[in-house]
Design a protein around this ligand. Structure first.
Ligand code: SF4
Length: 405
């Protein structure tokens, strides 16, 4: 299958049937690939190929794809990178992801990237984009501001202009001329990709015990590095294979929605800890950039306009996005109901302003709807989960006790 290309050391996850073990082994190898070996390998498959990195959350990957380049999602160094120089660039009271991202770049692990996009997530990412310009003046850098106004004649016009500028930049950078037809065919590839993700989420919503959180996270995260067509294939194969594991049975766990992991990533061990503590994840905000647009982008008409409209009318709700209709907790209450969740676990990166400033409003909405919740913080390099396990375990137990009562 194409998602095994280009070759990384192939490890098989023990305890699973061979096909699923190989797929999860591949996803794990991609998770560990901080040097972007797979991106280098992809570039070597044909002369002149280029890759564009981007920080978490949304950038219009369709445009990069249509230029013949590879969009590459960068999510920091996690707990697999020693910070040597990155700390010197940031004060201590901000989150961890900018330090590890700078460390990745200064240690030449991101050299496979021919440019970098910094979507408008928060002030930290805005500052990081400025640092990037100073540290790497020879590389293409663009800060992608997104609409803060959802009126098509204002925010829509602005976003259309941003998309058009990026379209020209990518061609100037040596990508192919992005024709309308090329962009339509990229939009079609991403529509298919988003459909495959929705199908996986729907399957997990029905039978979460078949799709363990740590496994599903790895499979989804592989989409940061793989070409979209390969990742669509991986998602579909995983959705089919996971239910074949006979040892996966429904357990006495609480169905929870996880909120707050949209930017700095949790250590993988934290997800395993949550599951062992009795929490069965039925919805989350992982890799939102891959599923930012919630429906299909139309293929007829002006493709740039269609992408701009999709941002305004069918994008996810999250802390780092302006909410045009106020009531910031509405989407969360709806998510709990739609996914038949029994509670919400707020699990955000320490010092993550967007996530932590949103929490009081989300909590008010949950309280008003009578939905239980708990919260804790992590850092991408956290190593100890004992306290989280106790807290999540108590939360899950209390949900089960209340439901029995
Ligand atoms: S973790 Fe939060 S504060 Fe840090 S860069 Fe991401 S969105 Fe910004």
């Amino acid at each position: 299958m194409s998602f095994y290309l280009p070759a990384l050391p192939q490890a098989t996850k023990p305890g699973l049937r061979p096909e699923l073990g190989a797929l999860i082994g591949r996803a794990e190898a991609l998770y560990e690939d901080l040097d972007l070996k797979v991106v280098k390998g992809w570039k070597e498959l044909a002369p002149g190929r280029k890759a564009i990195g981007h920080m978490p959350i949304y950038v219009p990957r369709e445009l990069i794809h249509a230029s013949g380049m590879l969009p590459v999602g960068i999510m920091g160094g996690g707990d697999r990178l020693e910070i040597v120089r990155g700390d010197a660039y940031f004060q201590s009271y901000i989150c961890h992801i900018p330090r590890s991202t700078i460390e990745l770049a200064l240690s030449h692990r991101l050299d496979a990237l021919d440019g970098m996009l910094f979507p408008s997530i928060c002030d930290v990412i805005r500052n990081l984009s400025g640092m990037w310009r100073m540290l790497f003046p020879e590389r293409y850098v663009r800060y992608m501001d997104v609409p803060q106004n959802y009126d098509p004649s204002t925010g829509g016009r602005f976003w259309r202009q941003e998309l058009s500028e990026l379209r020209h930049d990518l061609t100037d950078l040596g990508g192919a001329l992005i024709t309308d037809d090329a962009l339509r065919s990229s939009i079609a590839a991403y529509n298919e990709h988003r459909r495959a993700i929705r199908e996986l989420y729907e399957a997990r919503r029905r039978e979460p015990w078949l799709y363990p959180a740590s496994e599903m996270y790895l499979v989804l995260r592989a989409g940061n590095l793989l070409p979209v067509e390969w990742h669509t294939e991986m998602l579909r194969v995983y959705t089919q294979l996971a239910p074949l594991e006979e040892q996966r049975r429904e357990q006495d766990q609480s169905r929870i929605v996880l909120v707050g992991m949209f930017c700095e990533q949790p250590p993988l061990g934290l997800l395993t800890t949550l599951e062992r503590a009795g929490c069965s994840v039925v919805n989350d905000d992982w890799m939102l950039g891959l599923r930012w647009l919630t429906g299909n982008v139309p293929l007829e008409g002006d493709p740039i306009q269609n992408l701009a409209n999709a941002f305004l009318t069918q994008s996810v709700s999250t802390a780092s996005k302006y909410e045009p209709h106020g009531h910031r907790g509405k989407w969360l209450v709806e998510s709990v109901r739609r996914n038949r969740a029994e509670g919400v676990v707020f699990c955000a990166a320490s010092f993550c302003d967007p996530a932590l400033l949103d929490q009081p409003m989300l909590i008010s909405a949950l309280d008003a709807a009578g939905i239980p919740h708990t919260q804790f913080k992590y850092s991408e390099d956290s190593g100890q989960f004992a306290v989280i396990r106790e807290q999540a375990g108590t939360f899950s137990d209390s949900i089960r006790l209340w439901s029995e009562a």
